[in-house]
Design a protein around this ligand. Structure first.
Ligand code: CA
Length: 406
C-alpha cells in the first residue's frame, strides 16, 4: 500500500509530486505545496520540521527560489520529497503537514516574467492555413518548417486555473461589415497548449543551445490560450496576435517537474526539411525532444477533443534555442506556450476554431449546440503521461469560466 492512503495507480502518487502554491482557505498565507493524491504537502513546514537543507527553497510564498536554484537542486529537492512521502520513518511527521485539497486555495505558483507563445503543431498550422487562406498553394507559410514561429504575449494576464475569464471586447470586421464595429467578442475560443516554465536565467547576448534545455527549464503545465477569433482576424495582419490574445491566459496551479516525465519522453516527428544547426535535433546524440502527453479538452464537463502532444513538430528545446538565438536572455519565471496542440484526426483538434471549422460545423453538447464559447461555459484541460511501471503521471488541470463583459 502506498503511503498516506494514496490509492495504487493514483496519477498524483509519489512518482509525480508537482509543485504549486497554496494557502489555507480564508487566509493569504501562501506556501509552496507539493501535491500527493488529493492532498497538498506544506513543503516548507515539512522541510523545517525535518531539518532539511532545502528550507530556504521551500519555505517561500512562490516557487521563485526553487526555480532559480538550478537542475542539481531540483533533483536533490525532489529526491528529498520522495523520501519524505515514501519512507515509513517520516510518515508521522509528514502527516501533520498534509492538507486536503478541498481545504486550500491554489494560487499562481510563480511570478510570470516574460511570456511567449509558439505555433508548433503542424496539424494546427495546416488547419488554420486552410481556414484562413483557402486559396494558398501550401497551407503552411514558407518559414514554418524552418523555424518555430512565436510571438511575445502579455505576462501580466496569465492567471491560475479557476480564474473567471471576462469576455473581451474589441474591434471586429466581418467581410459583410463596411466598417469595423466594437463590442464583446462573438467568437471566443480556447487553445489547448502546454506551457514550459524557465527556472535558470541566461545572459543577454549568449544563445541557449538545444542541449541546455534541461539546465534552464524546470517543468511544464497545461495552458489555455484564450483567443477572440473575431478580434484576432481583424487585427493580426501584419504583426500577429495582440488584443485577441492578451486578455487572459490560464495555467494550471501545478507545475510538473521534467524529472517526473522521464518515461514520457519520445522522439519528435520525422523532420521533413533540413534544419539550421542551432535547431537540428536529428543527430545520433540528440535526446528525444518530444513528450507523450495525452490531453483532454472538456466544455462544461463534456470532452470535445483529445489532442496528443507527441505530434508537435517543434520541441520545447528547439523553441528555447530559437527564442534566445538572437541573444535575448531568459529570466526566472519565463513562460512559453507550445502552441495549440492538434493531432491529425478531427477529434484531436485543440481549438474550437478547428473543431467547428471556423463556425461552419456545430458541436453538439449535452447542454446545447456550440460553435464558439457562450457566457457561463467552463473549459477544462486535463492530461496524463506514461509514468514508471505503467502508472500515469497526471498533469494538473486548467479550468476557467467565461463570464459576461457587462
Ligand atoms: Ca496559442
Amino acid at each position: 500500500m502506498p503511503p498516506f492512503d494514496v490509492p495504487e495507480g493514483d496519477p498524483f502518487g509519489p512518482h509525480n509530486l508537482p509543485y504549486g502554491v497554496f494557502s489555507p482557505t480564508g487566509s493569504d498565507d501562501r506556501r509552496v505545496g507539493v501535491r500527493l493524491g488529493d492532498h497538498v504537502l506544506d513543503a516548507g513546514a515539512a522541510a523545517t520540521a525535518l531539518g532539511s537543507p532545502y528550507v530556504s527553497l521551500l519555505a517561500q510564498p512562490t516557487l521563485g527560489a526553487l526555480l532559480a536554484a538550478g537542475r542539481t537542486a531540483w533533483s536533490d529537492v525532489r529526491r528529498a520529497l520522495t523520501a519524505w512521502v515514501t519512507v515509513p520513518a517520516h510518515q508521522e511527521t509528514i502527516k501533520g503537514f498534509l492538507h486536503p485539497l478541498s481545504s486550500v486555495t491554489l494560487h499562481l505558483p510563480f511570478e510570470v516574467a516574460d511570456y511567449v507563445d509558439f505555433y508548433a503543431s503542424e496539424n494546427h498550422a495546416r488547419n488554420v492555413g486552410r481556414i484562413f487562406r483557402p486559396d494558398a498553394a501550401d497551407s503552411l507559410t514558407p518559414n514554418w518548417k524552418h523555424l518555430p514561429i512565436g510571438y511575445h504575449g502579455r505576462s501580466g494576464t496569465v492567471v491560475v486555473s479557476g480564474t473567471d475569464v471576462v469576455r473581451p471586447s474589441g474591434q471586429r470586421k466581418a467581410a459583410s461589415d463596411p466598417t469595423p464595429v466594437f463590442g464583446p467578442s462573438v467568437r471566443l475560443d480556447i487553445e489547448a497548449e502546454v506551457g514550459f516554465v524557465v527556472g535558470v536565467p541566461s545572459e543577454r547576448g549568449r544563445p541557449v543551445g538545444l542541449g541546455e534545455f534541461r539546465e534552464h527549464v524546470f517543468g511544464l503545465c497545461l495552458l489555455n490560450d484564450w483567443s477572440a477569433r473575431d478580434i484576432q482576424a481583424w487585427e493580426y495582419v501584419p504583426l500577429g496576435p495582440f488584443l485577441g490574445k492578451s486578455f487572459a491566459t490560464s495555467v494550471s496551479a501545478w507545475i510538473t517537474p521534467l524529472d517526473a516525465l522521464e518515461e514520457a519522453r519520445v522522439a519528435a516527428p520525422e523532420r521533413t526539411h533540413a534544419l539550421l544547426p542551432y535547431l537540428d535535433d536529428t543527430g545520433p546524440d540528440a535526446e528525444p525532444g518530444g513528450y507523450d502527453l495525452r490531453i483532454s479538452v472538456a466544455v462544461n464537463g463534456h470532452v470535445v477533443s483529445e489532442p496528443p502532444f507527441s505530434t508537435m513538430y517543434w520541441t520545447a528545446a528547439q523553441q528555447l534555442a530559437h527564442m534566445t538565438v538572437n541573444g535575448a536572455s531568459l529570466r526566472t519565471g519565463d513562460l512559453y506556450g507550445s502552441g495549440t496542440v492538434s493531432g491529425p484526426s478531427a477529434g484531436e483538434r485543440g481549438s474550437l476554431l478547428e473543431l467547428t471549422w471556423n463556425g461552419r460545423d456545430v458541436l453538439e453538447l449535452p447542454d446545447g449546440k456550440r460553435t464558439f464559447l457562450e457566457d457561463g461555459d467552463v473549459v477544462t484541460l486535463s492530461a496524463w503521461a506514461p509514468g514508471p511501471d505503467g502508472v500515469r503521471v497526471g498533469l494538473g488541470e486548467v479550468g476557467g469560466r467565461v463570464v459576461s463583459s457587462s
